[in-house]
Design a protein around this ligand. Sequence first.
Ligand code: SF4
Ligand code: SF4
Ligand code: SF4
Length: 224
Amino acid sequence: MGAHLLADLLEDALPQTQCTKCGYPDCRGYAEAMAEAGQKPNRCPPGGIEGIIRLSKILQLKTESTTLSIDPECGAERPRPVALIDPKACIGCTLCIQACPVDAIVGASKQMHTVLNDWCTGCDLCVAPCPVDCISMVNVTENHTGWEAWSSKEAELARKRYHAHSTRLKREERDQILRVANKARSKLEELDSDLAQSETDRAEIERKRQIIAAALARAKTQTI
Ligand code: SF4
Ligand code: SF4
Ligand code: SF4
């Protein structure tokens, strides 16, 4: 089986919380590391022991009870929590929104923020950036942990929301580059119509022209 197909199968078996606890930027990154670089299947706390068994089967690795434990470097298997924001303490800074990989937090600048429980994967990523420490993680699955606390349906929803989030970020980045490029283009036109007479002015204008033209060329390659 090719490494790409293997990574697809492994990714399908991951919980899709996109929590980064495995040490990779997302579930896909971890799936690729297992498929292509021999990374071990015990680095995903949200999947827990059941997750190690599922991944090991796909990787055709034997699972012995002695090897069945989550790498402590990545955290521990636990009941699934959701984030809860204390409305009295929230200052509306939006840092939690920027950190959430599945866009599960709503709220505008300087307004109180709220977590949409159905979309929260319990990834913890919004907790650390909060400057007033008003986000707590609340257990919603009692003593159920790993895949006992998370369904394939929830994983699929989380994956879709993460893809929508990534597409939105790319679109916003592209729009920002285009805005800057448009400003640079106007500046270039301004310089072109400048009637500077002295040799020094002309040299300075040419220098600026070259800088702006190079920036525009870069913007073009980034938005293709
Ligand atoms: S759920 Fe978290 S730890 Fe598990 S693979 Fe995805 S990002 Fe990594
Ligand atoms: S609200 Fe917080 S814990 Fe929930 S998915 Fe978003 S970042 Fe993760
Ligand atoms: S990071 Fe904290 S203070 Fe800022 S909007 Fe989110 S919950 Fe409110």
